[in-house]
Design a binder for this molecule. Structure first.
Ligand code: BTN
Length: 129
């Protein structure tokens, strides 16, 4: 019985370690537009919280931190940011490969009139901390 519990403990430990290695808590990621994703805390389940600062030319809501929430399973990642004052919502989804995260993304912009606009782009994040 003790051996089974020990084996289970080791397995759970490795599982948690896998998450923390792919996307560590307190890590900082910068994309090709100069925007940053700071990951505050990654839970053992893979869900994480952080903040995103947009510095991309041609976009609004620049230089202000917005909450980011996401989930990671092995190397597969998805996270979202609601840019409330700018009436837009972005979701990134992709794969982590060491210090590089290539994430296609969707931005949904809700204009004062008419239906929401959907834009598809891609960001590439590099881990800087
Ligand atoms: C807006 O103007 O709609 C609000 C800011 C959106 C910034 C987008 S989110 C995806 C893309 N990657 C960035 O780093 N910034 C833009």
């Amino acid at each position: 019985m003790k051996r089974i519990l020990l084996a289970l403990g080791i397995l759970i430990g490795f599982h948690s370690l896998a998450f923390s290695q792919a996307l560590p808590s307190s890590s900082l990621w910068k994309n090709q537009r100069g925007s940053t994703l700071e990951v505050f805390f990654v839970e053992p389940s893979g869900s994480f919280q952080g903040q995103f600062i947009n510095r991309a030319a041609g976009f609004t809501c620049q230089g202000t931190p917005f909450p980011a929430v996401g989930t990671i399973k092995n190397t597969s990642i998805a996270f979202s940011v609601s840019f409330v004052p700018c009436a837009s919502y972005a979701t990134w989804y992709g794969l982590l490969n060491g210090n590089i995260m290539k994430t296609p993304l969707i931005i949904l912009f809700v204009p004062p009139k008419g239906p929401p606009l959907k834009v598809h782009e891609t960001d590439v994040f590099t881990r800087v901390r």
